[in-house]
Write a protein that binds this ligand. Structure first.
Ligand code: AMP
Ligand code: MG
Length: 345
């Protein structure tokens, strides 16, 4: 587990504001297993504080609703323990996010899967006690592919699982959804210029005064170094999945928390995958999917109107820009500029 000090140091690296502006307010909250940093510009202290408090509790509510860890009960945990073949009614908020996740699963050819909870539990990366060695191969084989098409749903949108190894896991999408809802809450409190940074999963709105926000993307190997800096103005989400977040080395190999549902083992095609889109839920789901797909996933990301920065398994950097992207600054449209590295065709 990372210490709060380490997390704070990381988050400071991620957001290097243009200059220390006196009208910039920073607040942190610990949730979703990480330090969440709120940066607010152009609002009074009292207004900013009550907005952050409301956003923080909304994000905590989402964590409580979707987590499959910890002692509390929730509908997702109940679903994961339900008798296979029996239809379960889930809250609309859960079925809506599940619908998005299943769409990403389909489009990504199962690189992303919201029903690999059992496989994730087997690897143990989400437990408080960090694992140090891989699970037995026999158990991995039993679970690889077990998540494919293992959910059934009725016209009423009730869901059932068709075998006991089919368990929901929203770990790759719920943080993005929480950021999305957190930002909506800030906006409903009159905040127009802000960043929410949940351990490198970021959403921004507005600007930092007369300049864009500066967002640093972490280098996946050189800790403390920035791969590139993105200038963001308007509504932009920048979400990264990396093999440096939760990992251990065993017999000369790196084992990390992003699993390839096909093989049942940690994905090997990428070191980090950053997806840039307006919606944080989609950016989160697709950064995980792209991480698993590697380079071959870049055309799909582009087709869907999103941008990406991928560090592949060899350490080569690919910068993929969708042609529809609005790169010119304007008063209302989102503006995005990065120090270009290498553009994939
Ligand atoms: P992220 O850090 O957003 O890439 O999400 C990683 C988390 O999502 C893991 O800790 C697991 O809970 C879950 N997960 C791991 N691999 C996958 C995958 N291929 N598809 C969907 N969820 C995954
Ligand atoms: Mg993700």
């Amino acid at each position: 587990m990372r210490s709060v000090q380490q997390l704070l140091a990381i988050s400071i690296l991620f957001i290097t504001a243009c200059s220390p502006a006196s009208d910039t307010i920073r607040e942190t909250r610990f949730m979703m297993g990480t330090l969440v940093e709120f940066t607010i510009y152009g609002a009074g202290e009292e207004q900013a504080l009550s907005a952050v408090t409301a956003a923080g509790s909304e994000m905590q509510r989402i964590e409580n609703l979707f987590t499959i860890y910890g002692d509390g009960s929730n509908p997702v945990k109940a679903f994961n323990q339900s008798t296979p073949g029996t239809m379960q009614t889930l809250p609309t908020e859960v079925t809506t996010l599940l619908g998005t996740a299943l769409e990403v699963e389909k489009l990504s050819g199962h690189a992303f899967s919201p029903s690999l909870g059992a496989l994730n539990r087997l690897w143990g990366f989400s437990q408080t006690q960090a694992p140090t060695l891989p699970p037995p191969e026999k158990e991995i084989t039993l679970l690889s592919g077990a998540s494919f098409a293992c959910l059934q749903y009725s016209p009423e949108e009730d869901f059932s699982r068709n075998n006991s190894r089919c368990e929901l896991d929203f770990g790759a999408i719920a943080k993005g959804y929480a950021i999305e809802r957190g930002m909506e809450t800030l906006q409903s409190h009159g905040i127009n210029h802000a960043i929410i940074n949940a351990g490198g999963d970021i959403k921004v709105i507005g600007t930092h005064g007369d300049r864009p926000w500066q967002i640093g993307i972490r280098h996946p190997r050189n800790s403390g170094e920035v791969l590139t800096t993105i200038e963001a103005a308007g509504e932009i989400s920048i979400v990264t999945s990396g093999d440096y977040e939760r990992y251990y080395n065993y017999q000369g190999r790196r084992y990390h928390h992003i699993l390839d549902p096909h093989s049942g083992v940690p994905a090997v095609k990428s070191r980090s995958a950053t997806v840039i889109a307006s919606n944080a839920t989609l950016a989160d789901a697709w950064s995980t999917a792209l991480f698993v797909m590697g380079r071959e996933g870049l055309p799909l990301i582009r087709e869907m109107g999103m941008n990406a920065i991928l560090v592949d398994g060899n350490g080569d950097i690919h910068y993929s820009k969708n042609s529809e992207s609005r790169l010119q600054p304007s008063r209302s449209a989102p503006m995005l500029r990065t120090s270009e590295i290498k553009t994939d065709p």
